[in-house]
Design a binder for this molecule. Structure first.
Ligand code: MF3
Ligand code: CO
Ligand code: CO
Length: 295
């Protein structure tokens, strides 16, 4: 125990850092936490220790995220006209179990399948069923794997056969929104910077950004703090610091941004029945930029 000296959130300068690095606090997270404390006093929303992952946790989340990516890659060769979304669900379930993992969605708050399949005007949380994919459809498949208790969450769009120009453009712009958002992920930027970049780009193309759903901290649980909104102002929301792990997952509508949840309690559609597209990655804030864990 260090003699005298002030304690910062229960730790003295010479104690071992809380993050498990084996380094002394003063050589590890002390300086950053002093900086965050200053920002907090000025009224900024800052992450707590729970939002900052240890090296061991990051490695675990990286492994589950890579499995999620592998599953989405695997689906590429199966998703074509005629396949049902339930068949896609079963492909993911089998692959996940064979990999020694478990699909996070299955029975999550009562969700009845291993993945979400959101077709055309479905924004998110579509439930796999007997619907056969048809030429011209656009489909989001959202996969979250739990491997060794760690969560990795990602989703992609699939264009079935030949889709209309406007549908293809929506899918493309939604993807650009994801990567422009991710470009804003770096230490001491804020969640609002991600949101602003996404909304600007969507609006530039005449599309709207869904407000009722967003990204989220992820890794030790499916949905953790912070909430990552995808619309709004720069310089707002939580400050980002190294080793925060969260998703960026903009939902972009061709028409109105508003959502409606169907009677099943899950399937979320556009109020105006316009098309919706979404892409998602799990990302980590690094020392100076970002690592796409599901990339
Ligand atoms: N994977 C979704 C997300 O990106 C959450 C799905 S919750 C479920 O956050 F229960 F619908 F699977
Ligand atoms: Co997801
Ligand atoms: Co997510």
């Amino acid at each position: 125990m260090a003699s005298g000296g002030m304690k910062i959130k229960n730790l003295s300068r010479n104690d071992l850092c809380w993050c498990g690095s084996g380094k002394k606090y003063k050589k590890c997270h002390m300086e950053m936490e002093l900086q965050l404390e200053e920002l907090r006093k000025k009224g900024y929303i800052v992450p707590g220790r729970k939002q900052i992952k240890t090296e061991a946790q990051i490695e675990g989340i990286r492994q589950s995220s890579q499995l999620t990516r592998e599953i989405l890659d695997m689906l590429g060769e199966y998703i074509k006209p005629g396949i049902t979304t339930r068949e896609i669900d079963h492909l993911v379930y089998d692959y996940t179990i064979k990999a020694g993992a478990y699909p996070a969605a299955l029975n999550y708050k009562g969700f009845p399948a291993s993945i979400c399949t959101s077709l055309n005007n479905v924004i998110c949380h579509g439930i796999p069923d007997e619907t056969q994919l048809q030429d011209g459809d656009i489909l989001n498949v959202d996969v979250t794997s739990i491997l060794n208790k760690y969560y990795g969450d990602a989703s992609r769009m699939f264009i079935i056969g030949n889709a209309a120009e406007q549908a293809c453009k929506l899918v493309q712009v939604a993807k650009e929104c994801l990567y422009l958002g991710i470009d804003q992920v770096k230490p001491f930027n804020r969640i609002g910077d991600i949101a602003f970049a996404i909304e600007q780009h969507a609006n530039k193309h005449g599309f709207s950004v869904v407000q009722d759903f967003g990204g989220h901290g992820v890794g030790l649980e499916f949905h953790e703090e912070p909430f990552v909104h995808h619309y709004g102002q720069k310089d707002s929301g939580m400050v980002l610091v190294p080793n925060m792990v969260f998703t960026v997952e903009p939902m972009i509508n061709a028409g109105n941004y508003k959502c409606r949840v169907l009677e099943d309690g899950w399937t979320t559609v556009t109020v105006d029945n316009s098309l919706s597209a979404q892409w998602e990655h799990t990302v980590r804030v690094t020392e100076n930029s970002v690592e796409i864990l599901t990339g």
